[in-house]
Design a protein around this ligand. Structure first.
Ligand code: SR1
Ligand code: MG
Length: 400
C-alpha cells in the first residue's frame, strides 16, 4: 500500500475537509483522536454546531502491543465491507459506513457518540430493555442471509474469498484456543491465580473440547460472522443498539458470534459479585444479564427458524426438521465458544474492564477464579445442551 500514511489529528481533519462531503465549505472543524481499543486510530471530526463524523484508521500493527506486532491493513477493507453487507440485511442495528478508502485503510462512519459502549454501561449496572431483542435480530438476520440457506453456492464461495481474513483469524485462533491452555508469553494473570490456571491447563478432557471448538472455528464457513461480538463492539442507548468493529469478520461457525456475546454477559455477571455490594441490587443486575442471555438465545432461534421457513433457497436444506437441527447445533457451539471467551479474557492477552476495573485485589481474584471455572465448565459441558432450553438450564446450573 504505497500511499498509506498513519494520520494525526491534522491529517484526519484535512482529509475530511477536502472530501467536501460532510460539512459546509467554511465550517470550523476540530479533530480529536480518542481510540482506546486494541488495534486502531479513531478520530472524531466535528464542526462548530456539533455535527460530527468518525474516521477510523487501521495502523499497520496492533496498537495495544506496538510495532513489534505487525498487522495487515486489509482489515479496514474487511471491516467496512462487512458493515455494508450486514447493514444491507440489518440496517437498524449496524453502524453506517459513510465513506471508505482502502489505500489509507480508513473508514468514515456515522458518529454514535450520543450512544454509549455497552461494556461501560454494564459495568455501571445500567440495563437496556431493547438490547436482547435487537441483538438477537442482528445475529440471526446477518447469519441467515450470508449462509448456504440463503445464498447460492456460487455467491457464497465468492464471498468466502472476499472475506478471507487470515491474519485477524490467526489472532483469534491463538488468543481463544491456544494461549490460555499452554504457556504463552502473551498470557496475563496474577501469580495468585497460578494454581487454578495450572489445573485448567492440565485438564486433558478440556484440551479435547477446545480442540473441537478450534476445528470448528477453522473449518466451518457457515456464514459471514462479525468475528468479535464482545460488549465493547456494541453501542447502546435506551432505544437502540448498533454493532460496530467487525474487523475480525470471516466466514465461520455462526455459534462463534452468539457465544462471544454470551461469554461477555457472563463475564459481567461474575464481575458484578465484586462490583455491587448491595445484594438485592446485585441480584437485579445479574437477573437482567441472565434474562437477556435467555432472550437472545430464544429470539435468535425463533428469528432464524422463521427466516429459514420463508427464505431457504437450497433444496436439500429445506428438508423438514433440518433448520431446527442446525439452530440447535449453533446454540450448542455457542456455549462452547462462550466458555473459551471467559477463559481467554481471564488469563489471556486481552482482558475486559468488567474484571480489571475491580480495584480490590482479593475481590478481583475471586471473580477471576469464578470466570475461569465457569468458562472451563461451559466448554466441558456445552455438548450436553441439545436445545435452547437445555442450553439456558446449563448456564443457570453453572452460575449458581
Ligand atoms: C490483539 S487484539 C486483542 C483482542 O481485541 C479484539 O477486540 C479481539 O477481541 C482480540 O482478540
Ligand atoms: Mg474491536
Amino acid at each position: 500500500m504505497a500511499d498509506y500514511i498513519a494520520f494525526d489529528n491534522e491529517r484526519a481533519l484535512n482529509y475530511v475537509a477536502q472530501l467536501n462531503e460532510f460539512f459546509a465549505p467554511n465550517a470550523q472543524l476540530t479533530c480529536n483522536e480518542f481510540g482506546d481499543g486494541n488495534l486502531n486510530l479513531v478520530f472524531r471530526i466535528a464542526d462548530e454546531s456539533g455535527n460530527s463524523i468518525i474516521l477510523k484508521q487501521a495502523l499497520p500493527y496492533a496498537r495495544c502491543v506496538g510495532e513489534s506486532w505487525p498487522l495487515t491493513l486489509d482489515r479496514a477493507r474487511i471491516e467496512a465491507a462487512v458493515l455494508e453487507k450486514h447493514g444491507a440485511v440489518c440496517e437498524p442495528y449496524t453502524a453506517k459506513v459513510l465513506h471508505k478508502n482502502t489505500e489509507l485503510a480508513l473508514t468514515i462512519l456515522e458518529d454514535l457518540g450520543h450512544m454509549a459502549i455497552l461494556r461501560g454501561e454494564l459495568n455501571q449496572a445500567t440495563t437496556f430493555p431493547n438490547l436482547g431483542s435487537q441483538l438477537a435480530n442482528y445475529l440471526a438476520t446477518t447469519s441467515f442471509h450470508y449462509s448456504d440457506f440463503y445464498l447460492t453456492p456460487a455467491e457464497k464461495k465468492a464471498l468466502v474469498i472476499e472475506f478471507t481474513n487470515p491474519e485477524l483469524c490467526a489472532i483469534t485462533e491463538d488468543l481463544f484456543f491456544d494461549d490460555p491452555y499452554g504457556t504463552s508469553l502473551r498470557n496475563n494473570y496474577p501469580a495468585t491465580l497460578e494454581s487454578e490456571v495450572k489445573k485448567l491447563q492440565q485438564n486433558t478432557e478440556l484440551h479435547i473440547k477446545v480442540a473441537k471448538l478450534k476445528q470448528l472455528f477453522l473449518s466451518s464457513p457457515q456464514s459471514l460472522l462479525h468475528g468479535d461480538v464482545h460488549s465493547g463492539s456494541i453501542f447502546v442507548d435506551a432505544q437502540s443498539t448498533k454493532v460496530i468493529d467487525p474487523e475480525f469478520a470471516f466466514f465461520g461457525p455462526i455459534g462463534f458470534d452468539l457465544g462471544s456475546f454470551i461469554g461477555n454477559f457472563l463475564l459481567n455477571y461474575c464481575a458484578q459479585n465484586a462490583r455491587i455490594s448491595e445484594i438485592p441490587k446485585r441480584r437485579q443486575m445479574q437477573t437482567y444479564l441472565l434474562t437477556t442471555i435467555q432472550q437472545v438465545i430464544n429470539e435468535f432461534a425463533a428469528t432464524w427458524l422463521s427466516l429459514a421457513k420463508a427464505h431457504t433457497r437450497d433444496l436439500s436444506l429445506q428438508a423438514p426438521g433440518y433448520a431446527e437441527y442446525f439452530v440447535n447445533q449453533i446454540i450448542k457451539d455457542a456455549l462452547g465458544f462462550a466458555g473459551t471467551e471467559l477463559v481467554r479474557r481471564t488469563i489471556g492477552l486481552a482482558h475486559v474492564s468488567d474484571i480489571d476495573g475491580i480495584e480490590d485485589d482479593a475481590a478481583r481474584l475471586q471473580v477471576q477464579q469464578q470466570t475461569l471455572v465457569l468458562g472451563e465448565q461451559l466448554v466441558l459441558h456445552a455438548e450436553t445442551a441439545h436445545d435452547k432450553e437445555s442450553a439456558f438450564n446449563l448456564i443457570i446450573s453453572l452460575v449458581q
